[in-house]
Design a protein around this ligand. Structure first.
Ligand code: GLC
Length: 456
């Protein structure tokens, strides 16, 4: 059991110099993360007041909108078509096993009925908490729950101006003067109070996505947040929770569980200080996280499916984002993509869930990605470009007993005989350890064909 888990879980991470409350053995950490390294695919949801301007979740900063001007969105926030059961059903159909929702984004608006602010959904025309029904609906579909919480807050009066703030004064002197009248200590306490609500009022929370740090000149890092204090609180309230690496504690081995490259595909399994680490990449359907009406760089279903296979082929998780509209629905473009992913996942989910990077001694055939399930010992060949009749597997002889297309479980014949001399029909030689799969000329009618090998 342990060996199996070790395969899914990267090199052990010693908790060197950890404070007593953070001590954990590599085995304990591996166990805590086991569901996550298995599940691989989650849904990210970016929702807030910014869905009304519909120009992305950074609109307040990008257009330098003042608090007074931004108020028009607060006064009109009323997602009358909100039906989280439908969202949850769509996520499940797409093969998503966990969900992470923005409880508060950088704009500072809270989607739950927080006691510690008036800037919350219950004071908008909608008048009702959004988080509890969301959590209930996703749990009912067997989907785990994650909360995104923004460290940045452009609404809170005690949050100090910095380079990302929409109203940051133009010079260091003016900034210092403006910050003199507010108290970051109060804001730190506010975060603790809010996280206490989020982590005690909604049952078990599986993932916490804190966002984000930008230390250095005119920025904010772990001391500004009291990141260690936050983490200690979080772990005391939800000991099993998984926390991302954006609180500026990456210099420790205990201050985070996984790294989070975003809008970017790593070339290989990411490493920290020379060791492979758990990773989750978050990606958008289009260029924006929050609903953006006029943003047109939408990825195709195929691009998204390949992205999923590629992520798992490098041992990672994919958190795919949808930005619901201000009416409370996923727009048609998002639905088309979720449907397309679901259609593929219906027949190919076992090449994703429970899978990870293939053992290093398996070479990916040309134009292919490999994923591997160490529990079932199946190797999955995701064929990016369907070749004509044969697929050459270098060094695979004697390593598997059966091959089939995953979509319809139809047998794929193979031969391992070697040709030391060029064969009259194929003009090719092949090495003693190579295998040739005999493929149908027509590719299977799926977004990304997958061949399943039963390893010896
Ligand atoms: C960035 C952005 C933010 C988005 C997040 C998702 O940190 O600031 O808008 O929520 O990435 O990972």
């Amino acid at each position: 059991m342990l060996m199996l888990a070790s395969f899914l879980f990267p090199a052990e991470i010693p908790a060197q110099n950890a404070p007593a409350w953070a001590l954990e053995t590599p085995e304990q950490k591996e166990k805590r993360m086991a569901w996550w390294t298995h599940d691989r695919l989650g849904m990210f949801i970016h929702w807030g007041l910014y869905s009304l301007p519909a120009r992305g979740e950074w609109v307040k900063r990008r257009e330098k909108i003042t608090g007074a001007d931004y108020q028009k969105y607060f006064e009109r926030f009323n997602p009358d078509l909100y039906n989280p059961k439908e969202w949850a059903a769509r996520a499940r159909a797409a093969g998503m096993k966990y969900m992470v929702v923005t409880t508060k984004h950088h704009e500072g608006f809270c989607l739950w009925d927080s006691k510690h602010t008036d800037y919350k959904v219950t004071n908008t025309p909608h008048g009702k908490d959004l988080i509890k029904p969301l959590v209930d609906a996703f749990r009912a579909e067997g989907i785990r729950i994650g909360f995104y919480y923004s460290l940045i807050d452009w609404h809170h009066p005690d949050f100090h101006y910095d380079r990302h703030h929409p109203q940051c004064p133009p010079t260091p002197e003016k900034r210092k003067a403006a910050n003199a009248s507010s108290d970051m200590g109060k804001y730190r306490q506010y975060m603790k109070d809010q996280l206490t609500e989020l982590l005690t009022q909604f049952g078990r929370i599986d993932e916490l996505f804190m966002d984000f740090s930008y230390p250095g000149e005119n920025g904010k890092g772990h001391a500004d947040w009291d990141a260690e204090g936050l983490l200690q609180l979080v772990r005391s309230l939800q000991p099993e929770i998984l926390v991302n690496s954006r609180m500026d504690l990456e210099h420790t081995d205990w201050g985070w569980d996984f790294v989070t490259p975003e809008q970017f595909m790593p070339r290989r399994w990411p490493e920290v200080r020379g060791r492979r680490v758990p990773w989750e990449t978050c990606q958008t359907f289009s260029g924006a996280w929050g609903y953006h009406r006029d943003e047109h760089s939408w990825k195709s279903v195929r691009q998204l499916v390949v992205m999923l296979a590629e992520t798992v082929s490098k041992g990672g998780n994919l958190l795919l984002n949808t930005g619901p509209t201000a009416r409370g629905v996923f727009d048609d473009r998002a639905i088309a993509r979720l449907d397309g992913i679901g259609k593929w996942m219906q027949f190919h989910r076992r090449s994703i869930h429970g899978c990870t990077q293939a053992p290093d001694d398996f070479t990916a055939p040309e134009n292919c990605l490999l994923t591997y399930n160490p529990a079932t010992k199946r190797l999955y060949i995701h064929v990016l470009e369907w070749p004509f009749k044969s697929l050459h597997l270098p060094g695979y002889a004697g390593r598997f007993s059966y091959a089939q297309l995953l979509n319809d479980a139809s047998e794929i014949k193979f031969r391992t005989q070697t040709h030391a001399q060029p064969d009259a029909h194929t003009t090719e030689t092949s090495g003693a350890k190579d295998v040739m799969l005999t493929l149908p000329v027509e590719p299977p009618p799926v977004t990304l064909p997958v061949i399943e090998l039963f390893l010896e």
